[in-house]
Design a protein around this ligand. Structure first.
Ligand SMILES: *Cc1c(COP(=O)(O)O)cnc(C)c1O
Length: 464
């Protein structure tokens, strides 16, 4: 920070140049990349190098929970810094990490009593997949033929090869097909777009029926079903029918298959309860948590496991789980995570959520009738506004994927930062967002969509 203070404000070529030429950004076409550099943040606002403020409408990609630069989390990290910054979790430990593990077990659905630390969401999924696989080889009634995973259509579980193997977003995953292990994918259990001939109220039963047919045929070879509970984020904020999650739990039990819940995105209050599984009183066999774990401060992830699974790894050295991440359980990150959990209590975060969720719903309501809006959906503090593919008079919107970006560009000028999923505009601000800020976020989005509409009116008919 001190070094930066003597830098001139504005488009500083000393930062923007290397940001373009040296830094290779994630999920970004670098040929088109425009530097956008945040130097500071304050509560729900990001501040760029020119001093412009933007509301963080997507919680810095699901991570931020209580706002940026929160004094409680800052103090916890500083306090930990003065004790120890890193202790390996390979055969040893430290008090902060132990305290966090115990606290997570208390909060998590019943039966998840063991905590394995890693560094990011994809790793927490890799851990769950490998634990499930090894479990079936070492449990009391070994079933070494159980090697297969069942995943949902258009699932997203991270970008390492194991997590990509259970993923189903063609745009991200197709390229790596030859490197992946086999997984069976169901149709995506989309509550608002059931298949032809299936009524919306029958969608849950329909999707569970499909999963049951797959299990009937393959349960003997299947190690686990992996699911993003309630909402599939990267698939486009696809929301499951009520009862689907509980149905998956029932079927996995009935067919003797483990259930892995990937709450990397939806955990920590995002859907209105601490964990999404709690909305359908589901306790999975393995639970993956990451993004919001440290309140959006430091990289940390966990995989929680049931005692039966943990016990299968006890005994002689060959039964050990030979897997680890060097920084797993890092005390600084653990201190941030504990502080985040403290804030949930001190600020009564979950208790305040219903009012914010309802306000968001009210703000979004008028957008349902906008001619460029195909769908508005919401689950807790996750909302999606999906744009139509063409206007009522049959004009196509700018080439697929561009309309969302255009709307977000307009919204940025109104002081709100969004990151779209192609033509799906996503709203998932920090849980600490005020109702006034929610209104500003939705207003900026609506203004952006209006600007897109007027741009279309003035554009000559496009061919694309
Ligand atoms: C983001 C995400 C991951 C991957 O987490 P990383 O920390 O980016 O590796 C896994 N699962 C879900 C559901 C996610 O949204």
């Amino acid at each position: 920070m001190t070094e930066n203070q003597d830098l001139p404000a504005g488009d500083d070529p000393r930062i923007e140049g290397p940001d373009h030429s040296v830094v290779w950004h994630a999920f970004t076409q670098m040929a088109d990349y425009q530097p956008f550099i945040i130097e500071q943040a304050d509560g729900c606002e990001l501040i760029d190098t020119d001093g412009n403020r933007y509301l963080d409408a997507v919680s810095s990609l699901w991570c931020n929970i209580h706002g940026h630069n929160h004094p409680t989390i800052n103090a916890a990290i500083i306090g930990q810094l003065q004790r120890v910054s890193h202790v390996t979790s390979l055969g040893m430990s430290n008090p902060t990490t132990v305290e966090l593990a115990a606290r997570l077990v208390k909060l998590a659905p019943d039966g998840l009593e063991h905590v394995f630390f890693s560094g990011d969401g994809a790793s927490s999924v890799e851990v769950a997949l490998k634990m499930a696989f090894q479990y079936w080889r070492q449990c009391d009634d070994p079933q070494p033929e159980k090697s297969l995973f069942i995943a949902l259509g258009r699932a997203y579980h991270g970008d390492t090869l194991g997590s990509v193997s259970v993923g189903g977003v063609a745009r991200f995953h197709q390229m790596f097909e030859p490197l992946l292990f086999e997984a069976i994918h169901t149709a995506i259990p989309d509550r608002s777009r059931p298949p032809e001939g299936v009524r919306e109220e029958d969608a849950c039963e329909h999707y569970l029926g499909e999963l049951e047919r797959i299990l009937e045929d393959h349960h003997r070879q299947t190690a686990a079903v992996i699911i993003e509970p309630l909402v599939q984020g990267a698939a486009g904020m696809v929301m499951h029918p009520d009862g689907y999650l509980a149905g998956v739990r029932r079927l996995t039990r009935a067919y003797n298959v483990l259930m892995i819940a990937d709450e990397v995105a939806v955990g920590f209050g995002r859907t209105g309860t601490m964990f999404a599984c709690q909305q359908e009183e589901v306790s999975p066999d393995l639970l993956c948590l990451a993004k919001g774990l440290t309140g959006g401060y430091l990289a940390m992830a966990v995989t929680l496991a049931r005692t039966e699974i943990f016990n299968a790894f006890l005994g002689d050295p060959s039964r050990t789980f030979f897997h680890g991440h060097t920084y797993g359980g890092n005390p600084l990150a653990a201190a941030a995570a504990l502080a985040s959990l403290d804030i949930f209590e001190q600020e009564q975060t979950l208790q305040h959520l219903p009012a914010t969720i309802e306000h968001l719903e009210r703000c979004l309501h008028p957008l349902r009738d906008h001619p460029l809006v195909a769908d508005v959906r919401q689950r807790g503090m996750i909302a999606a506004v999906e744009l139509v593919e063409e206007t009522a008079d049959g004009r196509p919107l700018p080439a697929q994927g561009q309309s969302g970006a255009i709307v977000c560009q307009h919204a940025l000028q109104q002081g709100v930062w969004f990151r779209p999923l192609r033509d799906i505009l996503v709203i998932m601000p920090p849980l600490s967002v005020s109702c006034e800020q929610v209104s500003r976020i939705v207003d900026a989005l609506a203004a952006g969509i209006d600007q897109l509409a007027s741009q279309l009116q003035h554009a000559p008919c496009q061919e694309n």
